[in-house]
Design a binder for this molecule. Structure first.
Ligand SMILES: *[C@@H]1O[C@H](CO)[C@@H](O)[C@H](O)[C@H]1NC(C)=O
Ligand SMILES: [Zn+2]
Length: 381
């Protein structure tokens, strides 16, 4: 019993050291688990993924399980930094590193690519097509119809030389349904919204609105490979556009997460119109609040550009007077130089999150790109 306590104590000291203090796979703080075959400390979520790879990884709790001396010594020799140098020796710049908040398929495929397929150890010279010099990548995905809920088999083709994503309906030889530029394309996994664990949302500007595509593939490896191939294509575009910028700087701009999404109620420009429930989506990179009739719409109803505080943008909470048609009472006022918006949230927690999200955007100074985007991109409503 004494030896058990001693070994757990050694591990608990070890896990506090730099490198070990963040999950080896998703960077979550204070990992509580360890793979004693690989020699890494991981969080509870990633531990669950390791359990699915019993041939490669065996896990134990560093607090609750019994550890033999030899396993503790192995953990002391290895640890997250040593193992990272081995298994993440050559991760391509475009490859997405998942964080603790990312969905399961991204974390699972990252762990499989790293330890099971050993894609980044440098030993098997990157045969995966998304990472090689291949200029094209093709994937057949299920894509939601523009005006209905049906998902249809659709061929997606990426071109690193044309900087485009095109898609074709299967068995239709009429040419692509759309050829999409990499310029402002974004892609984010959204399993809950799409109601599929591998659901991926792709958005891009079309004329003066944002077009949304919702896709998935039954196979986790296939959808994550497609996502990374798409990131490789967009990085190629960014490198062409900004040849003097460092690749790791460009890599952080490849795709942008959504800051917050969800339903709020919204009134019209005179604020006498009745409130209507809309699906809102706030994106930091474009400083844009989009709103939709429902979450899986192909196009938005409107878009609001969010400048900075010093340019007359402000946000505040207020108590709502009862207004016709409104069932929700937690109110947010958003002031822009052109218009005052009033939104209502169902609950205070939601209101707080939206306020924080808006403040996050408007507290940041505008970049030259932001000015250009505001001036030229679209009619803001
Ligand atoms: C690239 O562009 C050329 C010329 O427009 C076109 O013929 C070709 O099919 C494109 N390739 C891909 C993969 O989109
Ligand atoms: Zn983790």
């Amino acid at each position: 019993m004494a030896s058990l306590d001693r070994n757990n104590k050694i591990l608990l000291d070890l896990v506090k050291q730099p490198g070990n203090n963040l999950c080896a796979d998703c960077q979550a703080p204070e990992p509580d688990w360890a793979s004693y075959t690989l020699g890494v400390f991981v969080c509870l979520n990633c531990c669950g993924m390791h359990r699915n790879l019993p041939a490669i990884s065996k896990v134990k709790s560093i607090r609750l399980d019994h550890w033999e001396d030899s396993l503790v010594e192995f953990m002391q020799q290895r640890g997250n930094s040593v193992v990272k140098a081995l298994y993440e020796k050559c991760v391509p710049a475009f490859f997405y590193h998942p964080g603790p908040k990312d969905c399961g398929v991204l974390r699972e495929q990252w762990i499989r690519a790293k330890y099971e397929r050993r894609e980044f150890t440098g030993e098997n010279s990157m045969q995966r097509s998304y990472s090689s010099g291949d200029s094209e990548y093709e994937s057949v995905l299920w894509k939601k119809g523009k005006n209905n809920k049906q998902y249809q088999r659709t061929i997606f083709l990426l071109s690193k030389t044309n900087f485009t994503l095109s898609y074709y309906i299967k068995d239709d030889c009429k040419g692509p349904k759309a050829v999409i530029s990499m310029k402002d394309l974004n892609a984010v996994f959204q399993p809950e919204k799409i109601s599929h664990v591998h659901g991926l949302w792709i958005s891009y500007p079309q004329e003066d609105y944002t077009r949304n595509l919702f896709v998935y593939h039954e196979d986790g490896q296939e959808i994550v490979s497609f996502f990374n191939a798409l990131r490789a294509t967009r990085l190629a575009y960014l490198q062409r556009k900004h040849p003097s910028q460092q690749i790791h700087q460009l890599a952080s701009q490849i795709t942008t997460p959504i800051i917050k999404e969800g339903y709020m109620e919204k009134t019209g420009p005179t604020q006498k119109e009745s409130f209507r429930k809309r699906w809102f989506c706030l994106c930091l990179r474009k400083r844009t609040l989009l709103y939709f009739k429902s979450p899986l719409d192909a196009a938005e109803l409107g878009a609001v550009f969010l400048g900075s505080e010093s340019h007359g943008y402000a946000v505040s909470e207020s108590r709502s007077q009862s207004v016709r048609g409104s069932r929700w009472h937690c109110e947010i006022k958003l002031q822009t130089p052109k218009r005052h918006f009033v939104f209502r949230c169902e609950e205070e927690g939601d209101q707080r999150e939206w306020l924080e999200a808006f403040r996050n955007v408007i507290s940041q100074p505008m970049t030259p790109e932001d000015y250009a985007y505001e001036a030229t991109h679209r009619r803001w409503r």
